[in-house]
Ligand binder design. Structure first.
Ligand code: CMP
Length: 137
């Protein structure tokens, strides 16, 4: 079924000037851009977005990193969007990511891993609504 996922191009990839190349890979993989914006989180907003990871040891570093520079947030649509997007981006840790995936090409560490991808339809809706209102999607 056609459904949606949510992605962010993270501060490392945005800062390195890789946003265009990453968006090109996303479109060439058949994803349609439903909503798109460049923005910057502060630590509090990053903490809210990643609240599910609150108890993890990397949480506070993650919030600092995610607010360290501009990001691009986007809602994407495709058949089987969640699974296909996770395949396109590759494993969280770029050392484990398959050749040709976005993280293999552009991530620099497990934290600075270039892109985010939602892990379920439910989270895609929650995460997309964090950045975009009803008229923007
Ligand atoms: P993401 O898919 O956006 O979801 C949570 C983020 O936390 C993850 O990508 C990484 O940026 C970061 N992350 C996950 N695991 C670790 C880890 N073990 N150490 C540091 N950062 C991590």
């Amino acid at each position: 079924a056609t459904n949606r996922t949510f992605t962010m191009i993270k501060p490392d990839a945005f800062g390195a000037g890789n946003s265009g190349a990453i968006l090109k890979m996303i479109e060439e993989a058949g994803f349609k851009i439903i909503a798109l914006k460049k923005t910057q989180l502060n630590e509090e907003l990053a903490g809210e977005f990643y609240k599910v990871h609150e108890e993890r040891p990397f949480y506070s570093a993650l919030c600092k990193y995610m607010s360290s520079g501009p990001i691009i947030a986007a809602i994407l649509e495709k058949d089987n969007a969640i699974a296909d997007f996770r395949k396109l981006i590759g494993a969280t840790n770029p050392d484990d990511a398959e050749e040709g995936t976005i993280r293999k090409l552009y991530a620099t560490s497990i934290e600075a891993n270039a892109v985010h991808g939602s892990d379920s339809d439910e989270n895609a809706e929650i995460e997309g609504s964090f950045f975009f209102n009803a008229f923007e999607k």
